[in-house]
Design a protein around this ligand. Structure first.
Ligand SMILES: [Zn+2]
Length: 149
């Protein structure tokens, strides 16, 4: 997708950037991702970013949870579940819904990596416990004794 998932991701690319300008850049990149259109009503006044899952309901400020939208949509939606609200609107359409669902589900690759490494770690742990349960005596003690003798 080429758009940062979190504003702090931009801090790695541009080390001299301030937090504030990274956040500004992040928000801009999201709006550019939608061509300046409101994700809901498709008007050209997407001046705000909506938390698709409201902050008050535990929604985070990551790219996948932020949708450019106009002030009217943002206010009208409030803290309702986006789909419930969206389907009640006169401008509701399937294509826009699918676009938003894709935007939400297209999470950053790192999350997949994290899941995989968790599995790896679990496997490693069970391997170690198998070795330990065999109560194998280390041969290095014997070797050391021979060397000193
Ligand atoms: Zn709108």
């Amino acid at each position: 997708m080429g758009i940062a998932e979190d504003w702090s991701d931009l801090m790695y690319d541009l080390t001299c950037l301030s937090k504030q300008s990274a956040k500004r850049r992040f928000k801009k990149s999201i709006k550019y991702g939608w061509g300046g259109l409101c994700g809901y009503c498709r008007c050209h006044r997407a001046t705000t970013l909506d938390h698709i899952k409201p902050k008050s309901k535990g929604g985070d400020s990551l790219r996948s949870n932020l949708l450019p939208c106009c002030l009217e949509c943002n206010h009208s939606k409030g803290s309702q579940p986006w789909l419930v609200w969206f389907q009640q609107q006169s401008f509701y359409n399937e294509t826009a819904k699918e676009l938003i669902e894709e935007w939400i589900s297209n999470k950053r690759f790192e999350e997949e990596l994290d899941e995989r490494s968790t599995i790896d770690r679990t496997t490693l742990c069970s391997d170690t416990s198998t070795i330990r349960s065999q109560s194998y005596e280390p041969p290095s003690i014997g070797k050391d004794m021979l060397a000193t003798a």
